[in-house]
Design a protein around this ligand. Structure first.
Ligand code: RIB
Length: 292
């Protein structure tokens, strides 16, 4: 069984649904409020575990009620949490989500996720060294992403960087990563001044640009390829990107070619949006394989 290490954020999502998204200075009445596990790192760890691989999470939670619930959720989903520590001086990360008009708006308060520093990750280097694939995102400090990219390069372990939420990234990190999965907005920040076509051409078989309902675009060394997504009735798109990244890393780590891996990831992501909550619709492997 392949081993995936996820270094990233674990949060509690506080989700309000409403018919209308409030504008600045406006108050609207919502229709429901729910608290569900989230955080890009945790979502990716849970999504990978549901696909039946061995997943270790490296992260931090607060030593509070949300922290205990996040840890329990990891355990229920079969994610190894030996390297997820409760920190005492900061609250757990939270994401404040409005679901309205068919899309989400999110404010993330990183909290304990800011404790996922290079020094913290250094205590778990063995996990990274033994992994078949390492997954990382950007709800943890920038220097940690840089540090992990260096270690992955040194150990010869492929790193999949999901550059979300967007922020500029050093050239060194771009070079060290084996795969990078920006959406169109993140790609424009990452490859400032370059067109999508030029950015893809510079990074054959490495940069996969997610274009929502259209699918995923990459350059295969000769031509641009668009792997289409699957049409479904979406209930909640939160966590679709995380499911995509997890499934892509699983399929690549298992030795599948890029197009097949992207199809698998698109299918998993499309299933994930059919239920409420970032992790609510994340599929198990059987469901993905049966619907491919
Ligand atoms: O990618 C979705 C996640 O982003 C949500 O679960 C929320 O926690 C935000 O961080």
């Amino acid at each position: 069984m392949v081993k995936i290490a996820v270094i990233g954020s674990s949060s509690m999502d506080l989700v309000v649904t409403s018919d209308k998204r409030p504008g600045a200075g406006e108050t609207v009445l919502g229709t429901s409020f729910k608290t569900v596990p989230g955080g890009k790192g945790a979502n990716q760890a849970v999504a990978a575990a549901r696909l039946g691989v061995d997943v270790s999470m490296i992260g931090c939670v607060g030593s509070d009620h949300y922290g205990s619930a996040i840890l329990e959720n990891f355990k229920q989903n079969g994610v190894d949490v030996t390297n997820v520590e409760p920190v005492t001086d900061t609250e757990s990360g939270t994401a404040h989500i409005i679901l309205a008009e068919g899309d989400n708006s999110i404010v993330v308060v990183k909290g304990a996720n800011d404790h996922v520093t290079p020094e913290y990750v250094e205590k778990s280097l063995e996990i990274i060294e033994r992994a078949d694939m390492v997954l990382i995102q950007q709800e943890i400090p920038e220097e940690t992403v840089e540090y992990v990219s260096e270690r992955c390069k040194e150990y010869g372990v492929p790193l999949l960087l999901n550059p979300a939420p967007s922020r500029p990234i050093s050239q060194k990190v771009i070079e060290n990563a084996a795969y990078i999965t920006p959406n169109e907005h993140e790609a424009s920040v990452l490859f400032d001044g370059l067109s999508i076509t030029a950015a893809l051409k510079q990074h054959p078989n490495k940069v996969f640009i997610t274009e929502g309902k259209l699918g995923v675009r990459y350059f295969d060394g000769k031509k641009e390829v668009l792997v289409p997504s699957y049409e479904v009735d979406a209930v909640d798109t939160t966590g679709a990107g995380d499911t995509f990244n997890a499934a892509l890393s699983v399929a690549l780590a298992e030795g599948n070619n890029i197009t097949d891996s992207l199809r698998f990831a698109n299918r998993a992501a499309s299933l994930s949006v059919t239920k409420f909550g970032a992790q609510g619709g994340m599929p198990f492997r059987k469901e993905v394989e049966e619907t491919l």
